[in-house]
Design a protein around this ligand. Structure first.
Ligand code: URA
Length: 246
């Protein structure tokens, strides 16, 4: 689900500018000819390659929807597989679906999801539909409790196969559970964030989970630095610099 890009003069534009201000961005440089979709720096993969991985992902999603490997199958409304493009250069990985995601069958659609969407669209200047978003767990833990180690172990293969099929150039680990999963460490997110790690040769940037940022907005600056590092690694200009004369 991709929310509409704010139009000039709208409340959404005011919110976007407030969002940049929170991040510490003081000036924006957008040329009058800038259009969002045209400038999305995503080279298209060949249509055949795209179809191949999309259909493999569809079969995997079907397998996940039938999964009864752990106790969470008894309490979920539905599984939550992923959202976004099978061609994505960037894959975001969260923890587990919450109530909104369980109801809609899509990751990051509740309050934390709305913040993640703003981080991607307003902060990074990329359409949400151009990245790939998944979680460590595919089913909601009751009462939004933390994932249990055996649940993570049962679900492990699904995320590993998603990463194999999407083959992102960069993985962004949102919060402790995703970072510990990808980096095979017990280290906390405070120590891990902002430092590049690696998962099977793919660079991993651990950063704060959007739910944490909703509780601790002062930490948005650090998350913004992490996302800037991701853009720099991919050679993508941050939107605040796009259209600026060199
Ligand atoms: N938090 C997550 O980690 N994932 C979601 O999909 C929603 C909230």
């Amino acid at each position: 689900m991709t929310p509409a890009r704010p139009g000039p003069g709208s409340d959404a534009l005011r919110e976007t500018l407030a969002y940049y201000r929170d991040l510490g961005v003081a000036e924006l440089y957008l040329s009058s000819s800038f259009t969002f979709e045209e400038n999305a720096p995503y080279p298209a993969a060949s249509p055949t390659a795209r179809l191949a991985s999309a259909s493999d992902l569809q079969s995997l999603a079907k397998e996940v929807s039938d999964c009864v490997t752990c106790r969470l199958c008894k309490t979920r409304k539905q599984t939550v597989f992923a959202d976004g493009s099978p061609d994505a250069r960037i894959m975001f990985i969260g923890e587990a679906p919450g109530a909104d995601e369980d109801a809609q069958g899509l990751p990051f659609v509740g309050r934390a999801g709305q913040l993640l969407t703003r981080m991607i669209e307003d902060g990074m200047g990329l359409p949400r539909s151009s990245v790939y978003i998944a979680n460590v767990l595919k089913c909601r833990p009751p009462d939004n409790r933390n994932p249990e180690p055996d649940e993570i172990a049962s679900c492990r293969g699904y995320l590993e196969r998603q990463i194999d099929l999407v083959k992102p150039e960069v993985l962004v680990a949102l919060g402790k559970f995703a970072a510990q999963f990808l980096l095979e460490t017990e280290e906390g997110i405070m120590r891990l964030r902002g430092k590049w790690g690696s998962y099977r040769g793919i660079p991993v940037m651990p950063t704060f989970h959007p739910s944490f940022l909703l509780r601790q907005p002062a930490q948005k600056k650090e998350a913004w630095e992490d996302l800037l590092a991701v853009l720099a690694r991919l050679g993508i200009e941050p939107p605040a610099r796009r259209g600026k004369a060199t």
